[in-house]
Each structure stands twice: as structure tokens, then as C-alpha cells.
Ligand binder design. Sequence first.
Ligand SMILES: Cc1cc2nc3c(=O)[nH]c(=O)nc-3n(C[C@H](O)[C@H](O)[C@H](O)COP(=O)(O)O)c2cc1C
Length: 405
Amino acid sequence: MNPEYAKDMLFSPLALQNITLKNRIFRSATYEGLGDPDGHPLPKLEQTYKELSSGGVGAIITGFCFVSADGRAMQPHQCGMDSDSKITSWGKVISSVKKTSGGASLFMQLAHTGRQTRHEATGMPVLGVSSHQCSYFRQKVRVLDNDTILRIIEDFAAAAFRAKEAGFDGVQIHAAHGYLIHQFLSPWTNTRKDRWGDKTLFLENVIHAVRRKCGDTYPILVKLSAADDTSPGITLDSTIAAVKKLEELKIDAVEISYGTMEYAFNIIRGACPTDLAMRINPIFKSFHPFLLKSWKILFLKRYLSRLIKYEDCYNFKAAGAIRKEISLPVIPVGGIRSLTDMEECLRTWRLDGVAMCRPFICEPDFAERIRNGISERSLCVNCNLCTVYCDTDEETCCRQKKRRV
Ligand SMILES: Cc1cc2nc3c(=O)[nH]c(=O)nc-3n(C[C@H](O)[C@H](O)[C@H](O)COP(=O)(O)O)c2cc1C
């Protein structure tokens, strides 16, 4: 590796269809645990984004924000963009971040959980594309009717419009990780016999609706899982077909991830701190102790055997294969940890940028440290304590004592 050459590529501007980013480093969407009970951002979020922006990233994608109350996640401090009052609260965060630091572009990630939530979290029925329950959330699923589908499409558009009004440079539509759009894309969950059985129709309609509300030039990113752990599920071929449709719709870029919440540790990979999860996760806490013990004896081994071993850069191959088929910018996420990885991403795989999540939880200024030659590798050890604590009342942070900040 030639570090200077790698850095030149990495820190060169990235021109997307409707926006130019100052460099090719994305802070991938990361649930921050900094929303109030209604989903308004808490003041500390402003600080988090300022640190990332002054820490050198080219783009910040917010943690997933709910577009409607029935699409809220189980995480208690999730932010939302489901009402006009949030234009003001988010507007304050964005204008302050923009005024004071770094020049990162800001994207709001918009999501509806579909079946991947709990009735206890939303106070509403859990909605899904079909009645197929999620093995992790184990909730009865109410099948979406046509009117509700049309309403949720408009909810995405209204939330995107609010994001625009609040000053976000663009939005990212969360179509990955088993959430509602993924549920439409996947034959595992989309067994519908009506027109919504066309797997990409919902996503295409969301993009059209956002365009109608926000105009043709408002930047749109889409995050997709290139494959998952179900059969029949999402495959590389079905993802390539979906991305070709997105290319026709002239979105700005796709971010390539993996998996669903059924095997959530395959999305992120690394350590699986099961004992801790069983102590603090509300789903496990709701089990009777005897049931939990039995589950551990009967199913834990099988669950763990389905987890994929962590390797650096674990989504490059899929992202590279997608990039070969299209001219839309493709950004991989997952296990990117060093300058060498970043060079490989841009040079060998001819991808357009790099996205990282855990490295920035650990070191918000990781990009700047790379640029200044202070660091070549992230301090993140994939212990996944940050992940497990997402399900509690606590804000997201690095829990390794060794960490630098
Ligand atoms: C604490 C934590 C929170 C996350 N929150 C989100 C989220 O809100 N939206 C999303 O699309 N992905 C989320 N992810 C997944 C990451 O964006 C990313 O796809 C995954 O962690 C792999 O990247 P990494 O190896 O750089 O961490 C989260 C991951 C972690 C560890």
C-alpha cells in the first residue's frame, strides 16, 4: 500500500448525482440512543455530530429514524421524523452542526420497522408484509392492507420532506437489515398475492413519493442488504436487479450491508456477548427464568452455529459484484477497519466510498487521524458491547476501557 496515494483517493471529493461530498468516508447509520420519549433529538446529539464532522467524515448518516409511530423500533431512545414539530428540533441540531464544524454532509436515515419491533414498544399492532413472524421479536403480525401500505409510502415522503425542511442535505432510505422495505424485497416475508407481491414495487413507490415531495434533485441514498440468512431470501442476484431499478430512478448511491435482525450478529459480526444480552435485553428479560434457561440449553448452540465469523471488509465482494453491473455509486459497510482496507475498497474493488459504524463509536475523529497519519487502523475490536446496549436505556458509546476517548 502507498499511504499517500490511498489518502489522495479517500479524501478526494465524491460527486453524486445531486450532491458532492467533501471526501469518501461515510459514518454509516448508527442508533445513538439520544432521542427523547417522543423521538425528538436530545441536545447531546448535536455534540455527537459536531465531533464526527470536525473529526473529518465526508457524510454523516443519522441513526434510523421512524417515519410513523407504528414503525418505531424497540430501542427506547430512537429518534423520529413523524411530525412537523420535529422540523424545529432537528433544524436546531443541523444548523448548529453546519455552523461550527468540518463540512460533513448530513443525511437522515428513514425507516419503518415492519415486523421487527414489539407491541410493547409502539403500543400498536405490529405490522408486516405477511403474517410471517420474526423469530427474534416473536410478535403476532398484522398483515398490511393496501390503504396502510399507501399511507406508509406517504409517511416516508412526508418524513423526507421534513428532513429537507430541517436542513438535511439528503435522506437515506433504510431498505436493509430486515426492516419493512427489506420485508417487501424478500420472498421469505413477501408471499403476497396482490400487486405488492412484486418485490421492488414498495421501494420504487417510496422513491417516487420522496421525489414528488422533495423535488427531483434532493439527494437520496438507499441502504440494502445484499443477502440474508433466510431461504428463499434476498440474494446477490435479486439485489442487483433491485439496484438496477434504483439506477433508473436516478438515486444518488446505494450502501451495501448484509442480513436481518433474525441473525442480527451477522449484520455486524464479531463477538456475541450472549450472557450480557440475556441480562439486559428486554426480549430476554420478558422470558420466565425457567424458559430462558431452557432456551439456552435447547437453542443457543444452534443460534451461535448460524453466526458468520467476522472478517475485515466482509461486504466488499457483494458490493464489488453489484458495482460491476451498474454505474450508480456503491458504498460498502461492514468490517472496514484500516487504511489498507479503504484502499482495497476504492482501488481493487472500484467502489466509490467507505462506510463505517463501530470505528466512529470508538473514535469519532478516526477519519482525521487517518488523514494526518496518526492512525492507520481503528481501535474497534468488534466486542459488540455497543450493539447489545442499544436495547437498553443507555446512549450508544464504546465500552472498551482501552479505547482512546
Ligand atoms: C451500535 C450500532 C447501531 C447501529 N444502528 C444502525 C442504524 O440505526 N441503522 C442502520 O442501518 N444500521 C445500523 N447499524 C449497523 C451499521 O450501520 C453497520 O451496517 C454495521 O455495524 C457494520 O459496519 P461496521 O463494521 O463498520 O460497524 C448499527 C450498528 C451498531 C453497532
